[in-house]
Design a protein around this ligand. Sequence first.
Ligand SMILES: Nc1ncnc2c1ncn2[C@@H]1O[C@H](COP(=O)(O)OP(=O)(O)O)[C@@H](O)[C@H]1O
Ligand SMILES: [Mg+2]
Length: 408
Amino acid sequence: MFLSEFLDDIFNKVSSGKSIFKNREVLNIDYIPKRILFREDQIKKMAEILSPIIRGAKPSNLLLYGKTGTGKTMVARYVINKLREHINDQNTIFIYLNCRIDGTLYRVLSEIGDYMGIKIPFTGLSLSEVEKRIFNHLVNKGTKLVLVLDEIDFLVNNPAKRDMGNNILYDFTRYDSVYTVKNGSNSFITIVGISNDLKFMEYLEGRVQSSLRSEEILFPPYTVEEIKEILKDRVKEAFVENSVGEDIINLIAAYSGSEHGDARRAVDLLRVSGELAEREGRNKIDVKDVEEALKNIEKDKVQEAISSLPIHEKAVIFSIANFANGETTGHVYLKYQEVCNQLGLQPLTERRISAIINELDMLGLVTAPIINRGRHGRSKKVQLAVDKNQIINALKNDEVFKLLFNAV
Ligand SMILES: Nc1ncnc2c1ncn2[C@@H]1O[C@H](COP(=O)(O)OP(=O)(O)O)[C@@H](O)[C@H]1O
Ligand SMILES: [Mg+2]
């Protein structure tokens, strides 16, 4: 088929077939559903903890935690929106930020500045200067601030910036006693941290940790049955009637519930499956759409996980990808040294590589069970857990690896 006929074909299918979506926005990741199921306890607890703000008093700092897709972001935004409706004091403000999306500490601070109407240049100021401007502004206005830091772990994940991240969090938790007491203003900051991963606590200084964890709310994974109910509501809001059968809902729930309890994965699968059916001009989602959607989503996840790895982690996974079968940590290390040579990197120690292999295992990119080798002691059998081509494709986008692939 000629290219132009091919395009005609695609566009005709879309324009002739009625869309199976009634309201596509409902499937966006930041949509807050009409009915929030199974999170009553968390919503009530968060509302109670923050409620003093309505009288102008300072609520405790709070940490929301639980795995991806357990409704933390949704609940936080829902409660904050509700609180806003009950407050008509201009000096009480709520700021919601996502620390992963904002990327750097500087960006996070300048976003906070933006919300408050302080102009902060793109670069040029030191972090402490930006922070000082924010704090001065808050004190002068007597602002009461509830600061929601979603994916807060990204402020301290990077070892090179961990101290800076801790310092800033410390300053924010100390704002009330340092600034307010000195100036006699009744301004304060309450921090609501949100994290998919409690491991980041290890990266926090003790004083920051205890302050942030004054109150905690756990978000457990959803069961398959719960995911089904969540999906049913979403299907009703998003799709034309009869375009998503019960069998499809069950299948998506099975793919997102059993192992993960992840409503995000469920909603994503539903959206992508719908798009695939629509693209072919069908008015019903098929099982094969869901299976195709699952493949797409897994591929995206792997790409995303790999592209955000530091360079030595990338070198390690590339080394592992070079073996057809499971290899010992020792062999991976030899290969890794070779790769470092080719990339012009100074290799890290074998101990560090062993730790990196554990991290990659936790990310689901490799498996590394410990095996017994008789009189040779114990070792790990390291193997890729994902398709080798996905690794290679993701690495092709890396500036350093690009050179290596071009050279081959
Ligand atoms: N209890 C629920 N009821 C309805 N939709 C939900 C529920 N929990 C999560 N979702 C949906 O699942 C997706 C992921 O939720 P989100 O709050 O982003 O999870 P987290 O922040 O914990 O990773 C969102 O689209 C959200 O609307
Ligand atoms: Mg979230």
